[in-house]
Write a protein that binds this ligand. Sequence first.
Ligand code: NAG
Length: 182
Amino acid sequence: MALVAKRELACFFLMMMIMAFSGACMAATYIVGDSAGWTIQIPVDYTKWSSTNNFHVGDKIVFTYNKQFHNVLQVTHQNFQSCNATSPIASYTSGSDSITLKSPGNFYYLCGVPGHCQAGQKVPIKVIRASARSPSLAPSESALSGSPSAFIAPSPSPSSAPIIQSSKFWLAVTALAFYLIG
Ligand SMILES: *[C@@H]1O[C@H](CO)[C@@H](O)[C@H](O)[C@H]1NC(C)=O
């Protein structure tokens, strides 16, 4: 009985670790504006919010809002700056729009309801390649202010540290699992 319980515990533990680990190194999901969501009722500095996150190819951004009052339009850099919503590249209206970031570059979203973009309901998203995931790529790298053509791919620094970290991590997990199985 005790052995079975230990095994179950070990399996459960491993599963939790796998979930936690995959969440840490694979595609991430970002709620635009975090708990505030996509709104003008709560003043959110979406540019600041965006600059504090590192978006990678494969990640998802989710716009959550009341669809009676807002929407999401992807626009060009120029139309983003002038809050021009007349010819969006893409539009989303579900109230919970999940957008997968498919390629590196700068992407621009605003709310097309008159006045909302002017009130600050606009967000630039700078997407970098998935292989470049590293905490050292600081938000200070202000490519958000540049034009899409000014996008400079991050130098392909071989990120050996996270690999070492993860193998150590797995060693620890495996050791613990074996210990629990006994
Ligand atoms: C808005 O953008 C469209 C297409 O990009 C353009 O034709 C139109 O003149 C712009 N409107 C304003 C007010 O700038």
